[in-house]
Design a binder for this molecule. Structure first.
Ligand SMILES: [Fe+2]
Ligand SMILES: [Fe+2]
Length: 476
């Protein structure tokens, strides 16, 4: 008797049993499909999928799910010239405001990310759940912002969740499949949790965790016209570890190439006074001269190529994100094919949307997500996409300027997420979105040597906008 009789499915559905049921019919199953089945909670869904997969199928993927059609997130507008700044134009970063604005900021974060989760489950306010005894021992879903999260002495995960009505502790047992999602909870992210309230009404036992995430049927837009973009970051001009010969090779290579766009995701120069003792590692000790040199490097690039430049934490602008564009007084030597945008910025290249973000938040996520490392910058971009937020953790290493809306929410979805900061190239594809961490143009610094960080310098990731396939070129 297979374990999947209709009656048993309702009470026993978990990830392992779903995988077993597919294996019984000689099929492997993609984790996204398992997650979809868990979320849908439809007793006959597995059998319907099995009945309709083609006979030669080895792995059941999301394209085998019934009723799912490819969808695109939002509308694209082709424009001439082919670069359009969707968000992050000069002057839109806003000021650093008073404490009242933080209330608006967090409300906006909660409402918009909660709204994304609400499209997949119906949730109730936490206050309604705890006040009315009839919900105890009944399966319910809540949506909250994580205000605290820790591991208990028994190895379970416990999170404090807050919505606009109340807060509650949610416990995720280490022996349940949900633990894999729960151990990656970070402060200030917004999640949905399905589970049951304890008899005394004090603790919520979580069984399923929902992140805002990307729809599994998300289909990226591809350009109808030919066009290629090169992605780089962390040039660090002015540092004595900047690699000018490698840059020259890159510029020479560009002259013969069919690249139409270059995107640079911050840390254009090394800056001044960024860390103690930095002056000993600078070959250019004047900030204006650093940007002048950067401008000269850009001028060596063929003028037909559009260059899009955003700042990072080593640049001269404020550290709080969103960071404004590099001010005019520093850009006098920048060529006029160079376009300045903020950090973050969403730019549209022939209909392909690129979200540029320097990536400072990766420092915070590495500190909170088990197994996360600088070597795996691709995974960090996936973590951002699942949370639909570029910097979920508030108040640690990543300063955030609270505006009335949260500019760091990933909405609309881009085709490409372009980051830097960690100086180690990483590529990932998650639910149709290509993540590129673009490495650096400086060799290993003394600090990196001390921290055992091995950078990947002098690389450019080139993406064909008609296929969205990345290719890496090295100029050492
Ligand atoms: Fe950097
Ligand atoms: Fe950086």
């Amino acid at each position: 008797m297979p374990i999947f009789s209709r009656d048993l499915v309702l009470v026993m559905l978990d990830a392992q049993q779903i995988a077993i049921r597919f294996l019984e019919t000689n099929l492997q199953v993609h984790p996204d499909v398992v997650r979809y089945i868990l979320e849908k909670d439809e007793p006959d869904l597995i059998e319907r999928i099995i009945a309709q997969v083609p006979k030669d199928t080895i792995v059941v993927s999301t394209r085998h799910l019934p009723g799912l059609n490819a969808t695109r997130d939002g509308t694209r507008f082709l424009c001439d010239p082919s670069v359009e700044v969707v968000s992050g134009s000069p002057g839109t970063s806003g000021g650093v405001n008073g404490t009242a604005d933080y209330l608006f900021y967090f409300r906006d974060r909660f409402t918009r990310l909660g709204g994304m989760i609400r499209t997949r489950c119906s949730a109730m306010p936490i206050e309604a759940l705890t006040r009315n005894p009839r919900y105890r021992q009944e399966e319910c879903t809540i949506i909250g912002m994580v205000t605290e999260v820790k591991t208990t002495t028994n190895g379970h995960r416990i999170a404090e969740l807050e919505d606009t009505s109340a807060n509650i502790s949610a416990l995720f047992r280490k022996d349940r499949p949900v633990f894999l999602d729960a151990e990656r909870l970070v402060h200030d992210e917004v999640v949905g949790v399905k589970g049951k309230l304890s008899n005394d009404g004090k603790i919520f036992f979580g069984d399923t965790l929902y992140r805002p995430d990307i729809r599994i049927d998300n289909t990226p837009f591809k350009s109808e016209k030919p066009g290629k973009a090169a992605f780089i970051s962390d040039v660090h001009v002015g540092s004595n570890t900047f690699l000018p010969d490698c840059w020259d090779k890159f510029a020479n290579w560009l002259r013969e190439s069919d690249i139409s766009y270059i995107l640079i995701a911050g840390d254009l120069v090394d800056g001044i006074g960024i860390y103690p003792g930095q002056e000993r590692e600078l070959s250019i000790k004047n900030i204006y001269e650093q940007y002048d040199m950067f401008g000269e490097l850009l001028s060596a690039i063929p003028h037909r190529i559009k260059i899009i430049v955003s700042p990072g934490n080593h640049d001269v602008v404020r550290g709080a994100e969103p960071q404004p564009v590099i001010p005019e007084e520093f850009t006098k030597k920048f060529p006029d094919n160079c376009m300045l945008v903020e950090n973050p910025a969403l730019v549209n290249l022939q209909g392909v949307r690129v979200l540029m973000y320097h990536g400072r938040s990766i420092d915070d996520m590495i500190g909170q997500i088990p197994g996360a490392s600088y070597e795996e910058s691709g995974q960090m971009m996936m973590e951002m996409l699942q949370r639909r937020h570029l910097a979920p953790v508030y108040g640690r290493k990543t300063p955030i300027a609270a505006g009335r809306s949260d500019r760091l929410i990933i909405d609309p979805l881009p085709e490409i997420l372009h980051t830097g900061h960690v100086h180690i190239k990483g590529l990932t594809t998650y639910r149709g979105v290509l993540g590129i961490n673009a490495g650096t143009w400086q060799s290993q610094t003394a600090f990196q040597k001390q921290m055992n960080v091995n950078p990947t310098p002098a690389q450019a990731v080139v993406v064909d906008l008609q296929t969205l396939v990345p290719e890496t070129f090295t100029f050492l």
